[in-house]
Design a protein around this ligand. Structure first.
Ligand code: KG4
Ligand code: ZN
Length: 434
């Protein structure tokens, strides 16, 4: 299946080429010139299980992701076309157990990885022999989960004698935007997910400068905990959603002004984040409200929506403040192209539209362009891993022809840490009306 995500000129051109190629092939097969619509030609050629696009493209990478609780795979080409993808999400299972149990995640990855990769390849119409390389997340993430992806990938790599490209999960999140938007380096990236929270300058495919990160937990983790504490799983409308998504939906019915939570790290003029203090404060507030309303822990509070709205607002403001400082730091140091400074926001929490809107206020005030990948590419997926493989293949970076000695790394920082320089710059961020 050929899915074109971007409306970006070279890709359009490549689609036109494929279309013309299809027409020529079809005319040749039929022996007469024909006038058929694009979809009819694709359908006809597909009936021969023939994929003409494969003949024109040089690079096809299979990406495999198992760093946390999604077993995902995709085949992507060098123009960003997604030839096939599949994903198995463990969210529902982990919601029931009240969080990710690593051994359960490992077992579910084991049960699903082969099926997911086979589904991806068959949707792509690709045999493993036709792949240019296999790219797999090897860092950072849950050890037991990473292990399943790495073991399966090395088996595949050795069986089909393919190059192997180890992928850094956060680098993949950071570069996902280049599938859909043709942006050049350098750009600023904010990665906010269930396991991570950081601000970095992306200077190249494997060249990152870390401006700041969370000193404790990530915002997604915090929102997941608050959702659990509010017992949102018992609410039919939210029972199958991730905690962050449930909070976003519930917050729409709440009034954030009914609660006032202290903003984390208010007096620290750096780009670090913190969410565990806020989580404790919210927890305490929920306990107090349960007492006031005379309800047991586990029942849903009447003010749950107001709490959700206030928490979401505090998280959004905290993230916006640190990001604002990062932009000012980059402008002060002349790191970003002044006329075309780009802020990319990605990771599961970046699918939150309230947070996106808040960041839009910051980018408007600082003359930056805000770019977010489409919602489905913000959360973990195989496409971003395959695309990172493509980027590395094109740049000739990190391509292994021997998998001996390759290990997964549960903890792994991103790029070169320059957060001390940010701290020393001690930039005061002007207030914005959010
Ligand atoms: O990037 P991701 O899929 O996995 C990690 O690498 O962590 O992010 C998952 C996290 C979860 O904590 C989930 O609650 C959060 O992203 N999330 C959201 C939303 N959708 C997912 N947080 C806030 N608002 C959302 N709409
Ligand atoms: Zn992620």
């Amino acid at each position: 299946m050929l899915v074109t995500l971007a409306a970006w000129a070279p890709q359009e051109l490549s689609c036109m080429c494929i279309y013309r190629f299809n027409m020529l092939t079809l005319n040749k097969i039929l022996g007469v010139p024909c006038r058929l619509a694009k979809w009819q030609i694709h359908g006809f050629l597909k009936s021969f299980t023939f994929h003409p696009e494969k003949q024109l493209l040089h690079k096809l990478v299979l990406g495999i992701e198992t760093s946390c609780d999604d077993t995902a795979a995709a085949v992507v080409d060098e123009t960003g076309n997604i030839l096939g993808e599949a994903i198995h999400s463990q969210t529902k299972v982990h919601l029931k157990t009240g969080g990710i149990i690593p051994s359960v995640a490992q077992q579910l990855h084991r049960e699903n990885i082969e099926k997911i990769v086979k589904e991806t390849l068959s949707a792509s119409g690709i045999t493993p022999n036709e792949l240019s390389a296999i790219a797999t997340t090897v860092k950072p993430g849950l050890a037991l989960s990473l292990g399943v992806g790495l073991e399966y990938s090395t088996q595949l790599v050795n069986q089909y004698k393919k190059p192997f490209i180890p992928i850094h999960h956060m680098e993949a999140h950071a570069l996902t935007i280049r599938i859909t938007n043709k942006i050049d380096f350098p750009f600023l990236v904010l990665l906010v997910s269930g396991g991570h929270c950081l601000l970095a300058i992306v200077q190249g495919v494997s060249d990152f400068l870390l401006l700041g990160k969370s000193l404790d937990i990530a915002p997604g983790d915090m929102l997941d905990k608050v959702a659990r504490r509010l017992s949102l799983i018992k609410h039919p409308a939210y029972s199958t959603m991730s905690g962050g998504k449930a909070i976003e939906h519930l917050a729409k019915q709440g009034n954030r002004l009914h609660f006032d939570f202290r903003h984390p790290l208010h007096f620290c003029r750096n780009c670090d984040f913190s969410f565990s203090g806020l989580q404790t404060a919210v927890d305490r507030m929920i306990t107090q409200k349960e007492k006031e309303e005379g309800i047991e822990k586990g029942e849903i509070l009447s003010c749950a929506a107001d709490i959700a709205a206030a928490v979401q607002h505090t998280v959004a403001s905290h993230i916006a403040k640190r990001t604002h400082r990062a932009i000012l730091f980059c402008q002060q140091k002349g790191v970003l192209t002044p006329s075309n400074a780009v802020l990319v926001v990605s990771g599961g929490v970046a699918s939150n539209l309230y947070i996106r809107k808040t960041l839009e206020i910051v980018t408007k005030a600082t003359n930056c362009i805000l770019l977010c990948p489409p919602l489905k590419l913000c959360t973990d997926n195989g496409i971003m891993i395959a695309w990172n493989g493509i980027e590395k293949l094109c740049a000739g970076l990190g391509i292994l022809h021997n998998t001996e000695g390759i290990r997964y790394e549960p903890k792994c920082p991103l790029g070169v840490d320059i957060s001390k320089q940010v701290q020393e710059a001690a930039i005061k961020v002007p207030s914005l009306k959010i």
